[in-house]
Design a protein around this ligand. Structure first.
Ligand code: NAP
Length: 258
């Protein structure tokens, strides 16, 4: 059950963090995996890591998801290499801090361009291939921040992550006749390079707020993505799954058992 062997999978933001975790789980499960990101050197080292994991092929594709033409070229490169795309994990995203009082239009645009337009452009670019697949799967990486919770300094980010779910629900309806499902994973705090940049105090504070007692791993998100990509999840669409060690559950910090 839940086999994704031989499936062609594109993971945006797959060179690091959660995206690399998603790519690793798919590669281990025997899928052909394409990862996309802007830095060629990060792509090269990620491809080297992924190459050892499974029987499928692995490629890196340089792309900027905030640019529609770049997304078109990204999808074309994957179709060229693998003959099609069965699964798109639209995961690339950024989370720079910008307090509301001082946030500039450029800071707001950058987050919306990558996190929201990047999802839309990636899906549009892959759509013909996903339709041709006959069992296309789209898995968005949203967040608990925005759809469920808030965190000071990240209003623009929260708005972008909630916007992804609005996009998902209508896309799920539009694409259902093509047997394509569209779902979202909402990670809690997952230990990635990007999150580590927020500092030790942030990481320690977050760990205390998580009933499971620790931050999640990129693979935790990967396992959920593989399930959503499986044939067995074919009747599941337009839904979001929080993968957060129970972080959104406590009514107060006292509710978390140390
Ligand atoms: P990360 O470690 O900073 O990795 C981000 C990845 O996205 C990198 O591969 C990066 O490569 C790529 N990327 C960034 N901007 C891009 C662009 N314009 N075009 C193409 N690729 C781009 O971040 P992460 O923590 O893994 O986060 C990944 C996703 O999970 C994001 O959508 C984030 O919002 C979400 N998320 C993360 C957490 C968490 O705890 N870490 C929690 C909730 C949600 P390049 O810079 O080379 O392009």
């Amino acid at each position: 059950m839940f086999s994704v062997a031989d499936r062609s999978v594109l993971v945006t933001g797959g060179s690091k963090g959660i995206g690399l975790g998603i790519a690793s789980v798919f590669a281990t499960a025997g899928a052909h995996v394409a990862i996309a990101a802007r830095s060629q050197s990060d792509l090269d080292s990620a491809v080297t890591q992924l190459d050892d994991l499974g029987e499928g092929r692995v490629i890196g594709v340089r792309a900027d998801v905030s640019d529609r033409d770049s997304c078109t070229a990204m999808a074309a490169a994957v179709v060229d290499a693998f003959g099609g795309i069965d699964v798109l994990c639209a995961n690339a995203g950024i989370f720079p801090e910008a307090p509301l009082k001082t946030m500039t239009p450029a800071q707001l645009s950058e987050v919306l361009d990558v996190n929201v337009k990047g999802n839309v452009y990636s899906v549009q670019a892959c759509l013909d291939a996903l339709i041709a697949s006959g069992r296309g799967r789209i898995v968005l990486t949203s967040s608990i921040t925005g759809p469920i919770t808030g965190f000071p300094g990240w209003t623009h980010y929260g708005a972008s992550k909630a916007a992804q779910l609005g996009f998902m629900r209508t896309a799920a309806i539009e694409l259902a006749p093509h047997k394509i499902t569209v779902n979202a994973v909402l990670p809690g705090n997952i230990l990635t390079e990007g999150l580590q940049d927020l500092g030790e105090d942030y990481l320690a504070g977050m760990a205390k707020a998580i009933p499971a007692g620790a931050l999640g791993t990129p693979a935790d998100i990967g396992y959920t993505a593989v399930f959503l990509a499986s044939d067995e999840a074919g009747y599941l669409t337009g839904q979001s799954i929080a993968v957060d060690g129970g972080q959104v559950l406590p009514e107060s910090p006292d509710a978390v058992t140390p």
